[in-house]
Design a protein around this ligand. Sequence first.
Ligand code: 5GP
Length: 219
Amino acid sequence: MCIRDRTYSLKIHTERNIKMSKGLLIVVSAPSGCGKGTILAQVLKNDNFYYSVSATTRFPREGEVDGVNYHFLTKEGFEKLIAEDGMLEHACYCGNYYGTPRKAVFDKLEEGKDVILEIEVQGAMKIKEKCPDAVFVFILPPSLGTLRHRLEKRGTETPEVIDKRVGEAAGEIEKAHNYDYIIVNDDLDDAVADFLAVVKAEKMTVKRSSETIDEILNK
Ligand code: 5GP
């Protein structure tokens, strides 16, 4: 086996064995305007969570900071990262590239952090293939009307973009069937509590706790 092949097989090993890593890989999707950012901002007050900063080719919105909200890249820079196999997944959404830089995710999982990927559904389904032990959470608005209203109130998009995003949202919501958990964001505190409950319950599943069973048997 040449070194290149060995590197490849080690990588597959890492991705398929998320279950064995100390932290949880949590994939969160929601149509734009569902309040996912607000929910995650509350969740991330807990130091054990790590938010994976994505790369994108879209322009920064007012107030967004490079390296904090996203790594803002040119199309060429983004494609270079893909070619170097630096992305765990990537997708094209509303005409721009979005992707998850691979290294930070596995470094943080190894440290024992619960890593949150806030990504759209195409990317989430790629993670499902590569990392079947990740946890998939979909956040829903109470209705499509509420979603449109929230986007209009946010005021960061033109009416054309809002139409496009609401249209895409309907298609995305249908994909929620492929996720493990649904959280309806009607009330922020409830949604945050639901998210934390999902993480807590996941950590108690037998597939993630077999070591605990063995430890108790050997005490
Ligand atoms: P926005 O432009 O509103 O920040 O994000 C648009 C969509 O791209 C959202 O659904 C967001 O979750 C998704 N997104 C953000 N980062 C990534 C990523 O790294 N990979 C993928 N596949 N989607 C992402």
